[in-house]
Design a binder for this molecule. Sequence first.
Ligand code: ADP
Ligand code: 5GP
Length: 209
Amino acid sequence: MPIQVTPLGILIVLSSPSGGGKSSICKALLESDPNLEYSISVTSRPPRGDEVNGRDYEFVSVEEFHNLIAQDAFYEWAKVHGNFYGTRKSRVDEKLARGKDVVLDLDVVGGLNLKKANSHAVLIFVLPPSMDVLEKRLRGRKTDGEEQIQKRLINARNELNFASKYDYAVLNEDLQQTIAAIRRIVDAERHATGNQVIKISDENAPVAP
Ligand code: ADP
Ligand code: 5GP
């Protein structure tokens, strides 16, 4: 009796305050799991540093972003730190159609809205061990000026209040242990009955007398 299990594909959402570790975790997950693909977001903010259109984000004007909202092109969108960000449905759906699971880096509002739009979204919140450690990591990264760091730390307190609304929360003390814990979550979610179709073919089943 053949038993067929078809995965439906999951959306892994990583959220945390800025400096929480999302990019580092994402990079490690993608390098080690060929079935995972990162879905870039659309944003109205200008490129920063060496960011490349189509690799880091799809950069558009505010007007283009509003047109995309009107066309219902997004699973979710939000205004974060004064700029618009959104998850294009077509970009996510194309990956799922190829049998890939999708990783997204979203703010807390975006994460919760994505879950409403797509029940296969798995929300993972990455918690810093303390505000002091978060500040040290933000400074250590050397990508933000003092004003940006202060703004991100103020936002962090509000964002942390959303952790309990997520499906999972992982304390990011040791980076390798955090990555390992998130890999286990991904593995478990792939096996969740809601995330796969189980077909039991009974073509050879004995006929009842
Ligand atoms: P995010 O993408 O959430 O803003 P990053 O992945 O850029 O965060 O991490 C911020 C900084 O903290 C980076 O310099 C990264 O190397 C460092 N970092 C992340 N996790 C840890 C950890 N567990 N221990 C020490 N440093 C970490
Ligand atoms: P940054 O401008 O620093 O790259 O990102 C700022 C914030 O926007 C981060 O918290 C990031 O998670 C969030 N973000 C990035 N893309 C999206 C998206 O498509 N939707 C939502 N809601 N937030 C996003």
